[in-house]
Write a protein that binds this ligand. Structure first.
Ligand code: G3H
Ligand code: 13P
Ligand code: NA
Ligand code: ZN
Length: 328
């Protein structure tokens, strides 16, 4: 059944686990997530970016999710708008039947200019007022995603602040977070701790100076009842990079967010963990391998099947690693 995100995150907080929120754009990704959730008895958060809605088309995306809910009636499913850049985008998502929306007011609607605090409070509050009367949950964001190695905003997937940023902008301030949660009445808060979207997060396995897990603890101490969200939380497995390289892909050396760091964060209030890149890598590796090993094949079902299986494997691993399994 389609449920609100608040319901799932409250249960996760009461029982001390986290829930991966996987981005979806097409049929095979939706199927992979649902198969993994079914196998591990996990609740599901599927999220669609504005780009996903454009890629699939609203009607197709809506029908895919309806099919997922109908095919797995025993699994609770949240359909979440990822990175809504304006109240209008969130309004459109709610009209489409999403049960949760993110108002990302850390940037202006252009997706690249850092917003001031009052703007963020204002647009986020507007969305909460519109959403809560309909039983829809709201995620806000405070602080800007970006790298503490380069001090650059997150640009790889087309949204992210322009120019060089300060440490202050790249790390969510605990006091401000407490004020933000109180004023906006959001259900969940995305925080900035040095992660960024895409495959190129860190030039080395991250330590505390570039991945600020300690900051999560400070935020959680100040704000114990707000569900925290980690964006840019793909782990970028080295074996998937190696597979892509082995079969003709060009991936530079890079490191993601180690699973053990996410597990530590889950002990300190992180309940929603956003993952897109790991599924992209898994599917691409599987497709490259299949086509390289079977150069005469051309039926898309034949290469999409291993791609779907590879995506499912990542989902099963995260459901087990984050303690989500068994909680559907
Ligand atoms: O927020 C980033 C997600 O990975 C979605 O990316 O905007 O390319 O769909 P996208
Ligand atoms: P990754 O690029 O690390 O998978 O992050 C996805 C994300 O944060 C979507 O909002
Ligand atoms: Na989100
Ligand atoms: Zn994100």
């Amino acid at each position: 059944a389609l449920v609100s995100m608040r319901q799932l995150l409250d249960h996760a907080a009461e029982n001390g686990y986290g829930i991966p929120a996987f981005n979806v754009n097409n049929l095979e990704q939706v199927q992979a997530i649902m198969e993994a959730a079914d196998e591990t008895n996990s609740p599901v958060i599927m999220q669609a970016s504005a780009g996903a809605r454009k890629y699939a088309g609203e009607g197709f995306l809506k029908a895919l999710i309806a099919a997922a809910v109908e095919s797995y009636p025993h699994i609770p499913v949240v359909m979440h708008q990822d990175h809504g850049q304006s109240p209008d985008v969130c309004k459109g998502a709610i009209a489409m039947g999403f049960s949760s929306v993110m108002m990302d007011g850390s940037l202006l609607a252009d997706g690249k200019t850092i917003a001031d605090y009052d703007y963020n409070v204002d647009v986020t509050t507007k969305v909460v007022q519109m959403a809560h009367v309909q039983g829809i949950s709201v995620e806000g964001e405070l602080g800007c995603l970006g790298s503490l190695e380069t001090m650059k905003g997150d640009k790889e997937d087309g949204h992210g602040a322009e120019g060089t940023m300060t440490r202050e902008q790249l790390l969510t301030d605990p006091e401000q977070a407490a004020d933000f949660a109180k004023r906006t009445q959001i259900d969940a808060l995305a925080i900035a701790i040095g992660t960024s979207h895409g495959a190129y997060k860190f030039s080395r396995k991250p330590s505390g100076d570039i991945l600020a897990i300690e900051r999560i603890k400070e935020i959680h101490r100040r704000l114990p009842t707000t569900h925290l969200v980690m964006h840019g939380s793909s782990s970028v497995p080295q074996d998937l990079l190696a597979e892509i390289r082995e079969f003709g892909g060009d991936m530079k050396e890079t490191y993601g967010v180690p699973v053990e760091e996410i597990q530590e964060a889950i002990k300190h209030g992180v309940r929603k963990i956003n993952i897109d890149t790991d599924i992209r890598l898994a599917m691409t590796g599987a497709i490259r391998r299949f086509l390289a090993e079977n150069p005469s094949k051309f039926d898309p079902r034949e290469y999409l099947k291993p791609a779907r299986a590879a995506a499912k494997k990542i989902c099963v691993e995260r459901y087990n690693q984050f303690g989500t399994a068994g909680n559907a």
